[in-house]
Design a protein around this ligand. Structure first.
Ligand code: F6R
Length: 357
């Protein structure tokens, strides 16, 4: 039920701090530490490479997951769009483990890959929000998202839940492999929940910025580097699917290799700049487009912020910035769609779960 909320999407955006806390509780063992299923641990330990398979927003969560699994757990990880993998299977490693990410657990493109790799005898895990869903039943193991039902077509809390569960997986693998790390995952995810609370309370600011940047435009760009680039892809998808503004997420350094030709007077370009090691370079990419008339906006962290940045995110661990950057970009898309009189919860041409290939 959406209660007093005008739309499910807004309710689901607001639920994200609680979802982070639910995930911690759901995966906390008697010891108070995070404890994943022993079989899942073994499966990851026995694999020489992880293959994440997903579509849309879940694919974008998978890209962030690759950073976490390689960065924290040191497991080589590839991320593939299900419909591409299905028809153009890449060369596989000797001991692959497949991880399917699907909010609904019913996406036909992802299932088609699951069926193929099961035939080849490879182990499989599904990360899903729906217990008993097809992908959950057919995979060897399931990791649940604990996000509660997601009704709005545009995925919000499932995306952040997917990243949070992938974080738990990465940290758990690192611990079982005896890798030295100082990542106190319960503490870090609690900080994320607090930061999300601050951000969901900034609705007036987001509404105002949506008006400034998106009210009448036909296209928009999100730019970022590294992990921020992956969040840009998701930010652009949110904006296009509910406000119908043509939006793209770009790697900051790649703009000048062609796409900068699209920048005109007033084109919105929003930079996500949460990573200190690329802060200078992404800011200079933004200056390049501003010089060509772009209407620029910057989303930074407290530690990377400059005085006139439009959105400043509370500090969280550098691997977890996608969880907090997601909130303002979801709200920007929401208000842009509202201001343009779009049907926020049920955008045209889209269904909540895509059960045809
Ligand atoms: C975007 C969106 C879609 C889904 C995609 C995969 O907001 O909701 O891109 O993420 O169709 O769906 P699941 O995760 O159910 O497999």
């Amino acid at each position: 039920e959406k209660g007093t909320y005008p739309h499910y999407m807004l309710k689901e955006i607001d639920e994200q701090p609680a979802v982070m806390r639910n995930i911690i509780t759901a995966y906390q063992g008697d010891s108070g530490k995070i404890e994943l299923d022993q079989d899942i641990r073994e499966a990851v330990k026995n694999a020489d490479r992880l293959y994440i398979i997903a579509c849309g927003t879940s694919f974008h969560a998978g890209l962030v997951g690759k950073q976490l699994l390689e960065g924290i757990a040191k497991v080589p990880t590839e991320v593939h769009i299900a419909s591409e993998f299905s028809y153009n299977m890449p060369l596989l490693s000797e001991k692959p483990l497949f991880i399917f990410i699907s909010q609904s657990g019913e996406t036909a493109d992802s299932r088609s890959v699951l069926v193929q790799v099961k035939k080849l005898g490879y182990p499989t895990i599904t990360l899903t929000n729906v217990q008993g869903s097809t992908l959950s039943r057919e995979a060897d193991h399931t990791l649940l998202l604990h996000a509660g039902p997601e009704i709005a077509v545009a995925s919000t809390k499932a995306y952040t839940a997917q990243i949070a569960v992938l974080t738990l997986l990465a940290v758990d693998v690192a611990t079982t492999k005896d890798l030295h790390h100082d990542f106190d995952v319960i503490h870090e995810l609690s900080l994320v929940a607090q930061a999300m609370e601050v951000l969901v309370d900034q609705k007036e600011l987001m509404e105002h910025l949506a008006h400034n940047y998106f009210e009448t435009v036909r296209n928009a760009f999100y730019i970022g580097r590294g992990i921020d680039y992956y969040v840009c892809m998701e930010a652009a998808l949110k904006l296009k699917e509910i406000s119908y503004i043509q939006a793209e997420g770009f790697a900051g350094g790649e703009l000048k290799h062609g796409t900068i030709a699209l920048i005109e007077e007033g084109t919105p370009v929003i930079a996500i700049a949460t990573q200190s090691h690329v802060n200078g370079s992404i800011r200079s990419n933004l200056k390049e487009v501003a010089a060509r008339g772009a209407n620029t906006c910057i989303i930074s962290m407290e530690s990377t912020a400059e005085d006139d940045d439009q959105i400043i995110l509370p500090e969280v661990h550098e691997y977890l910035t996608p969880l907090v950057a997601a909130v303002p970009v979801q709200l920007l898309a929401y208000y842009a769609a509202l201001q343009r009189d779009c049907d926020v919860d049920k955008p045209r041409n889209l269904a909540k779960s895509v059960t045809v290939e």
